[in-house]
Ligand binder design. Structure first.
Ligand SMILES: [Zn+2]
Length: 682
């Protein structure tokens, strides 16, 4: 065996860098492939040892052994996925395509391991008699359920069928995404200078670049990328062109020919319904919601239905105002879907003449970081101390030691703020190591990745309000990882259900706009003066504008997603079903779904948000309700409430049922009231 695969000594799996980090100076991209192979083998051997153990199953020799297995694989994976996202190159990208299916096969083999499941099942059947604490009992139940949902209880024929359904679903999901991409790539509307009435400069230059990329230098292209389509339909004074673009956008994936998704969707829905039945569930939604906070389609409707009502009322009122504006401007056309964004922008300009650029000089990156830390100190008592000169995956990365109130070390926080070509877009939180107590335990090593524009040397980086919110958002996720106080690795930090995971992050955003936080940290880059309150108020007031439209387009998509999946039998003609569902809902004909079925990537390009698109709004309900708990006390840092928040939300991970956790913090389940108020719907 070459030295590079000695897991006990390799820098990818044996971390000898400063502060217990990997020694990034000794990690080469060429090392990953061999270390992955060795780590996969090592994990297989560990699993076999657990499954083949001749002793009777115990929590220690089965559940704990399983949880603590695969540590070398965890380590190499965490570094690999960090680099693949934040500082990639051709070598890593090629490796990514190899590693993903290998990992999928590896973990699917574990969940299909009959001897291993027999031991878990044995513990599960005796669970009430084992004298387990609540967290261990939950981990045992979750583990058992995970096996069952992967088909562990099916007979050989059932297992085979499930495997082929999963495989078919995965290739259909890929095809779905590629079809949408093909339609988006193949459509463009080429315009010339006289066609550009009303368009702002940033859009004109984006359209010029898009035309040049398509071989039409000197012209302007409307494309179906949201970053061009949305501003075009917002600003173009050419109603005919807005209509053309709108029709193309809403018909993506439904244009006939090779890229048409109609049959793909029909097949996927049928396979999902079959899968649910095979695993003993009433519907695919029942299967997917089983381990969420919402738990049932009924609970999802309990949230969405009242919101739908209010959103339609608000949208209708907005439309009436826009129609008045249009008539006053001399338009005599019937108000249509391709008019909405255009007149909404005119209405916005009339009501809130306001430039977000005024705020930017007050939001210096270093000050916003300080504000994030300051809020965490005031709420949760932890502090952050920067360590300079620590090598990481890129020179821009900053490293902070996180300390408890008594000065003891809690973990590490790494932050990588600036955009570069080797980093994928977006912002995210992840970990190099999650925190837990089982076995020797581990301290959390959490990181945040941002994509802010890097300022010239010597200048301060300035953020937009959205960017500052994003920083708070991802830092909220980071706190979920850093404050974790659980025993079992599988319920550490952000290992919670899809409709609960955005609570710690979205909730944290609220503290950015708490006046005393801004007074202290939002200081003008030139004058050092704090942001005027009037400026902030104007910005906040403008934010709820257009909520009727946004909520209708979102909620329609969430309701159709749920309608498809909450049935035992899949509809034979999905697009007819979509139309019938919308008719029943009394969808306004001047607004389209945010994602129509043939291009609803969240739901069909893979399985991520199928029967789960509602979760975005569910989380928003939670964060609005949770922050209003602080507002009700009149103190955004109320110490008693902050302690409850830490103990039950940020520290608890997935160690308890999310509903139980939320109630322990808030005293009751949330209602949608605070969310609707925040959105300006009531
Ligand atoms: Zn998030």
């Amino acid at each position: 065996m070459p030295a590079s695969t000695d897991l006990a000594a390799h820098p990818l799996t044996h971390w000898t860098g400063p502060l217990g980090l990997p020694d990034f100076t000794r990690i080469g991209d060429g090392d990953f492939a061999t270390v992955f192979d060795a780590a996969l083998k090592a994990h297989e051997a560990e699993i076999a040892a657990i499954a083949d153990n001749s002793e009777a199953p115990t929590v220690a020799n089965t559940l704990a052994a399983l949880e603590l297995s695969g540590q070398a694989l965890d380590r190499v994976s965490s570094i690999f996925w960090c680099k693949a996202g934040a500082n990639t190159n051709d070598t890593l990208q090629a490796l990514e395509r190899e590693v993903s299916p290998k990992m999928a096969r590896h973990f699917s083999a574990i969940s299909m391991n009959e001897k291993l499941f027999a031991r878990i099942d044995d513990l599960y059947q005796r669970r009430e008699k084992l004298g387990l604490d609540a967290e261990t009992l939950r981990v045992l139940e979750k583990t058992w359920k995970g096996f069952v949902r992967s088909g562990a209880k099916l007979d050989a024929a059932g297992k085979k069928r499930l495997a082929s359904i999963n495989e078919e679903l995965s290739s259909l999901g890929t095809k779905f995404g590629q079809n949408v991409l093909a339609d988006e790539r193949d459509w463009a509307l080429f315009l010339d200078a006289p066609d550009l009435a009303g368009l702002p400069d940033f859009l004109k230059s984006a359209m010029a670049e898009a035309a040049e990329m398509r071989g039409q230098k000197g012209r302007y292209a409307v494309t179906l990328s949201r970053s061009i389509y949305e501003p075009f339909t917002t600003f173009s004074e050419r109603r005919d062109l807005r209509e053309t673009a709108w029709r193309a956008f809403t018909m993506r994936g439904q244009n006939g020919g090779a890229s048409d998704n109609t049959a793909v969707v029909r097949d996927m829905l049928a396979l999902r319904a079959e899968k649910a039945k095979l695993l003993g569930y009433d519907s695919f939604a029942a299967l997917k919601l089983d381990d969420t906070m919402a738990k049932t389609p009924k609970a999802v409707h309990g949230l969405l239905d009242p919101v739908w009502q209010k959103a339609r009322e608000k949208a209708a009122a907005d439309q009436a105002e826009m129609e008045r504006l249009a008539i006053a401007a001399g338009s005599n056309e019937k108000f249509a879907a391709w008019d909405w964004r255009f007149w909404q922008e005119k209405l916005r300009a009339e009501k809130f003449a306001f430039d977000e650029a005024e705020l930017k000089p007050y939001l210096q990156l270093d000050n916003v970081i300080a504000a994030c830390f300051d809020v965490a100190t005031r709420l949760f008592g932890i502090t952050f101390e920067e360590k300079k000169g620590i090598a990481a995956w890129h020179d821009d990365v900053r490293t902070f030691v996180v300390k408890n109130a008594d000065g003891s070390e809690r973990g590490l926080f790494l932050a990588d703020h600036f955009a570069r070509p080797s980093k994928r877009s977006g912002a995210w939180m992840s970990s190099l190591q999650s925190g837990y107590r089982l076995g020797d335990g581990a301290a959390p090593v959490i990181y945040n990745i941002m994509n802010f524009a890097k300022p010239p040397a010597g200048e301060a980086a300035l953020l937009s309000v959205d960017e500052a919110k994003t920083l708070f958002h991802e830092f909220g996720h980071a706190l979920h990882g850093l404050l974790t106080e659980v025993t079992w690795p599988s319920v550490s930090g952000t290992s919670v259900s899809r409709d609960f995971v955005e609570l710690p992050s979205q909730l944290y955003e609220h503290w950015l706009t708490v006046p005393e936080v801004l007074e202290k940290h939002a200081l003008h880059v030139a004058t050092g003066k704090p942001m005027p309150k009037a400026l902030l108020d104007k910005m906040l007031a403008a934010r709820t504008f257009g909520a009727g439209f946004a909520t209708v387009e979102f909620t329609a998509s969430a309701l159709v997603d749920m309608a498809y999946h909450a049935r035992a039998e899949a509809p034979a003609e999905p697009l007819r079903f979509e139309a019938e569902t919308l008719a029943k809902l009394e969808m306004p004909d001047t607004i389209a779904m945010r994602h129509r079925t043939p291009h609803f990537g969240h739901v069909f390009a893979g399985d991520g948000y199928s029967a789960g698109y509602y979760s975005y709004m569910w989380s928003e309900v939670l964060d609005a309700d949770a922050f209003s708990a602080f507002e009700e006390t009149g103190d955004a840092f109320n110490p008693a409430l902050a302690k409850k928040l830490k103990d039950n939300i940020y520290a608890a991970g997935g160690s308890k049922d999310p509903e139980e956790l939320y109630k322990a913090f808030r005293g009751k389940m949330p209602t949608a009231d605070a969310m609707m108020e925040k959105r300006g719907l009531v």
